[in-house]
Design a binder for this molecule. Structure first.
Ligand SMILES: NC(=O)c1ccc[n+]([C@@H]2O[C@H](COP(=O)([O-])OP(=O)(O)OC[C@H]3O[C@@H](n4cnc5c(N)ncnc54)[C@H](O)[C@@H]3O)[C@@H](O)[C@H]2O)c1
Length: 317
């Protein structure tokens, strides 16, 4: 048993809850700090079976109480995943987005420094960090200029700058994982983001899927258990660095739809609506650095992952 204490902010959310399951299975003492604004107890159903190894603290990240919580737990590591993670909401309410993603993250980092946490592992946004650079640069590496084109992308990027500053000023160690488009069970099928879950929800209930734009826009889909594996590998390697966590494969939204419709033997055609303002045309991140330094590689194929999401959605409906 490892028996180290860790905090997972956002541990009741989609990715966070999978990470919590894995940490508990590995023998960590896990405290989830989440305000349950998006996350749910349902996501923690498996984790609660670990009894006293799991503690759940319902707390807004931005509150002054956070320091006291971190002091009490005195964790060796903090996995920081809590965020306002909806790009469109960041456009509608940029102040709220910055409050949660910038000030909330700074509250986590400052608490970590004061308590002497060994390392903060941060869920950065690989899909928004680099903006839309010229075609020759694809797949995008970590050395490409960080030039986000959305408020959400900016608020997530700023945290990388704070983490680097805190490492230089106070030797607070960190790893930042720039996640591509993560998909898997527990991603909200009724939410605004997560095209895989949205299509799965619509296809399973025989509704026509909507594709915004011509469907040729590409994304880089990486399965949630592979992402969790990258978080675990960041405990003891990659100090002070940013890593793309991605499949490095470009899949168009129409290809994604076709693959899912195929699994469900659906012949329904999707409906195409006008593209969304500000939506990126291409997204594909190189994962070479994570392979070399973290010894990480994606293991779950897109087809297998899609099958798992569809089964999960079927089980809920
Ligand atoms: N899902 C993706 O494809 C993806 C891609 C890149 C980066 N990320 C990042 O990974 C992290 C997790 O994403 P997710 O998809 O699991 O999102 P999610 O919305 O499912 O999880 C976020 C969690 O944070 C909690 N939260 C939100 N505001 C909070 C606050 N003020 N105080 C405490 N808790 C709060 C929510 O209740 C939720 O449980 C986020 O930081 C996100 O920016 C996600």
């Amino acid at each position: 048993m490892i028996d180290d204490a860790v905090i997972v902010t956002g541990g009741a959310g989609f990715i966070g809850s999978h990470l919590v399951d894995r940490l508990l299975e590995s023998g960590f003492q896990v405290t989830v700090v989440d305000d349950f604004s998006v996350g749910s107890e349902e996501n923690l159903k498996r984790a609660v079976k670990f009894g006293s190894y799991l503690q759940i603290v319902r707390q807004d990240l931005t509150g002054p109480e956070l320091l006291g919580i971190v002091e009490k737990i005195s964790p060796r590591y903090i996995f920081h995943l809590a965020a306002q993670s909806d790009v469109r909401h960041s456009t509608a309410d940029p102040l709220f987005d910055a409050k949660v993603n910038v000030l909330g993250s700074l509250n986590v980092i400052e608490s970590a420094r004061r308590v002497g946490v060994e390392r903060v592992i941060y869920a950065a946004s690989g899909g928004t960090l680099y903006g839309e650079p010229e075609a020759v640069l694809f797949p995008l590496t970590e050395s490409i200029r960080h030039q986000p084109l959305s408020n959400y992308g900016v608020s997530k990027k700023v945290v990388l700058d704070y983490l680097a500053a805190y490492k230089s000023l106070y030797s607070l160690d960190y790893v930042a994982l720039a996640l591509a488009n993560v998909f898997g069970p527990r991603q909200d099928p009724h939410g605004e983001s997560g095209v895989v879950s949205i299509f799965a929800g619509q296809l399973v209930s025989n509704q026509r899927c909507i594709i915004f734009g011509d469907g040729n826009q590409t994304r880089d889909f990486v399965f949630v258990t592979d992402v969790v594996d990258a978080f675990l590998r960041s405990l003891d390697s990659g100090s002070g660095q940013v890593f793309n966590i991605s499949s490095s494969m470009e899949t168009s939204v129409f290809e994604l739809y076709s693959a899912m419709a195929n699994i469900l033997a659906s012949s329904m055609e999707p409906e195409f609506l006008e593209g969304r303002v500000g939506e990126l045309r291409r997204s594909c991140l190189s994962n070479l650095k994570a392979r070399e330094i973290l010894g990480w590689e994606p293991k779950v194929s897109l087809a297998d992952g899609l099958g798992q999401v569809i089964e999960w959605v079927k089980g809920r409906s």
